[in-house]
Write a protein that binds this ligand. Structure first.
Ligand code: IPM
Ligand code: MG
Length: 360
């Protein structure tokens, strides 16, 4: 029997619609081969939603997402909306989606593919074989803590305030995901914090340490975030799984991504306790190349593979899709961001076409 899945598509802004369109074609072809059928529903988010409705996350979008098996998101944002007040900015739509769906765990793999070792700005011997998973807490910390705002003191002076706060329950639930993730990988977990300065980090470290008693087979280490930022470029192969809070994870996951040569290759999964997850590339909307058929769709395609693996429980289809990506890279097809001498340059659509061939 054919299994049918309801997938919400959030193409968003910039290069979003182009990379989403390639991914949908690829999923349809994959579905034919694996006997899966997808019912796609498109919804608005980010700048596209602001233009159409005035809100970066219309209630209808949240409802559509909640009613689906999984959500594929491309990218949000662009120059056009950068000067709007915070409540109306595209980023607020993305944060609202994460909060609205309770997506507290963000999994960002950074794996250096042998085909792309030379695309990295670091030396071959430093990056070859790197395979890191960053587990970032996504609905807490300084991104959501109260109080926040720009306030005025009695003396009439302005104060910008944000609050970094974590409760034990928030730390424990992301900690569990991280330990379980490490269990499926090489069994090493590095928790990153700033407990030499911040109380919130001290609580983080205490809870993660306490949790480790339940995972005797995992080798737990702790690192301050400044050191972690340095170690990631000094000797990244020391890391297997990293767990950290929202802000540190935002920064370190971009840094880890760049080890692989191009942020244009990296997928991510955002998961909650139940309900649909959101699968999106780590890169942004790249407004400078939008609509020019230059974007690399592979991070979006690999995000669909993560969706198949985590939300839809279709590991064989996920494997096949990831294999198709490796095949087109082996065949020498490259978009501009990963182009190298002797390779065949393709655009976004061209990459989609060779992927379809590799699948069939
Ligand atoms: C990310 C992005 C977002 C974040 C922005 C767009 C709000 O940088 O997903 O890493 O800071 O979380
Ligand atoms: Mg970021």
């Amino acid at each position: 029997m054919t299994q049918t899945y309801r997938i919400t598509l959030l193409p968003g802004d910039g290069i979003g619609p182009e990379i989403m369109s390639v991914t949908v074609d690829v999923l349809k072809e994959l579905g034919r081969q694996e006997n899966l059928s997808f019912e796609f529903q498109e919804a608005l988010i980010g700048g596209a939603a602001i233009d159409a409705t005035g809100s970066p996350l219309p209630e209808e979008t949240l409802q559509t997402c909640r009613g689906s098996d999984s959500v594929l998101l491309a990218a949000i944002g662009g120059y056009k909306w950068d000067t709007l007040p915070r409540s109306q900015r595209p980023e607020t739509g993305l944060l609202g989606l994460r909060a609205g769906l309770g997506l507290f765990a963000n999994l960002r793999p950074a794996k250096v593919l042998p085909q792309l070792v030379d695309a990295s700005s670091l030396k071959r011997e430093v990056v070859e074989g790197v395979d890191i998973m960053v587990v970032r807490e996504l609905t807490g910390g300084i991104y959501f803590g109260q109080p926040r705002g720009i306030f005025e003191t009695e003396a009439g002076e302005q104060r910008g305030v944000n609050t970094m706060v974590y409760t034990p329950a928030e730390i424990d639930r992301i900690g569990k995901i991280a330990f379980e993730t490490a269990q499926k990988r090489r069994g090493q977990l590095c928790s990153v914090d700033k407990s030499n300065v911040l109380e919130v980090s001290q609580l983080w470290r205490d809870r993660i340490t306490a949790l480790s008693a339940d995972y005797p087979n995992i080798e737990l280490s702790h690192m301050y975030v400044d050191n972690a930022a340095m170690q990631l470029v000094r000797w990244p192969k020391q890391f297997d799984t990293i767990v950290t809070g929202n802000l540190f994870g935002d920064i370190l996951s971009d840094e880890a991504a760049m080890l692989t040569g191009s942020i244009g290759m990296l997928p991510s999964a955002s998961l909650g306790a139940d309900g649909p997850g959101v699968y999106e590339p780590v890169h942004g909307s790249a407004p400078d190349i939008a609509g020019q058929d230059k974007a690399n769709p592979l991070a979006q395609v690999l995000s669909a593979a993560m969706m198949l693996r985590y939300d839809l429980d279709q590991p064989a289809a996920a494997d096949r899709l990831e294999q198709a990506v490796l095949t087109v890279l082996d065949q020498g097809y490259r978009t501009g961001d990963i182009m190298a001498e002797g390779m065949t340059a393709v655009g976004c659509k061209g990459m989609g076409e060779v992927l379809l061939k590799a699948l069939s």
